[in-house]
Design a protein around this ligand. Sequence first.
Ligand code: HAM
Length: 414
Amino acid sequence: MSARIQAPRGTYDVLGETALARDALEGHARRILEGAGYRRIETPTFEATELFARGVGESTDVVQKEMFTFDSGEDQTFTLRPEGTAPVCRAYLEHGMHKLPQPVKLWYLSSYFRRERPQKGRFRQFWQVGIEAIGSDDPGVDAEVVLLLAELLEALGCRGVRLRIGSLGTPATRAVYREELQAHLRARADRLAPEVVERIDLNPLRAFDSDHPGTREVMATAPRLLDRLDDEDAAHFAAVREMLDDVGQAYEVDPTLVRGLDYYTRTVFEFTSDALGAQSGVGGGGRYDGLMEQIGGPPTPGIGWAAGVERMLLTASTIAPAEPALDLYVGYAGESHRPAAFRLAADARRAGLAARLELAGRSVKGQFKQADRAGARYVAILGDEGTSLKDMETGAQQTVEADTVMHHIAKAGL
Ligand code: HAM
């Protein structure tokens, strides 16, 4: 026998209960997001590599290490999408969506690909629910977007959820701040962990995440980006916070909140869950007012978030995977009745009922058992003495003509 082939590392099959739970999650997302005026968008699974190099940023881990890139054989390389924001912005430009009423509000539930080391809650192909609101820099959009993710996590019963928010200001403020932080670190390099010293040039902000005691001391007095925002950015951030306060949305301001993608400006936020362990990020996002220009469009503000489907399901407590309803189970006693049973099941479906036909050649007793397991409301067994119709809810059973089964069921209001 030849060796069995398995699913690639970091991928998985969606089966049984998990498939039902994901359907339920999608239902909640659709209800909440479409209710708020978001329309579904689906973009291609792969895009020009340059879209992510320019959009997500050359210096990010995602672009440097995690992209699945392949040669198209036509002098172009493509990349399996590692995230959804750059593709949605590309679609906005490509379809001239600036002509629509702004902001254009779009949502997606799609799969994404990152070459990461797989572990609990971290996969190489994973799914995200996400939204993008493009074409407005009003702080009200920021606050509403944050609340929509809070509402989704609440509807799913996600446990131990905390919200952190911050503001990154503009790239110009950030550049000045970066130099200030680098100077602070260089002046105290002898007290820092060696790996922090190594990263002073490349990524000084990472120093805020260090557990090293000397580094922590140095960081306690380090300048904070939040204190360096220009007046407009500070007012924007204050307005977002005020609106969240106004509706009683709890959050912590995290002056060191950095996200792994380069396009963020102003508001950034992240929902974490204690129920997740190391990979504690359930979902996050922020504003990306410079992204459209990065990918060749006119200046266009935007904000959005994405939340991992696997991580939401890992933390969800109340999501109830409902078995699909079954109105009628059609069975038969003896092969000669099979064609009539087939016709009855087809007729029932045409009439709009959820109907299932016996397909495994079970005994009549076995058919009743199977119908019961499947949660059927009615069972019709076609046989020599006519059709036996059982109401599984009341237990009432009667013999009827095969062509009146639909009539009897209709009387019960199905
Ligand atoms: P992100 O923080 O990279 O943001 O990903 C969002 C969420 O996707 C994470 O919080 C996590 O739940 C999930 N996720 C990310 N990587 C993995 C993985 N390897 N396995 C499982 N789940 C994962 C973005 O992707 C931005 N596009 C969000 C955004 C939209 N910002 C503005 N608009």
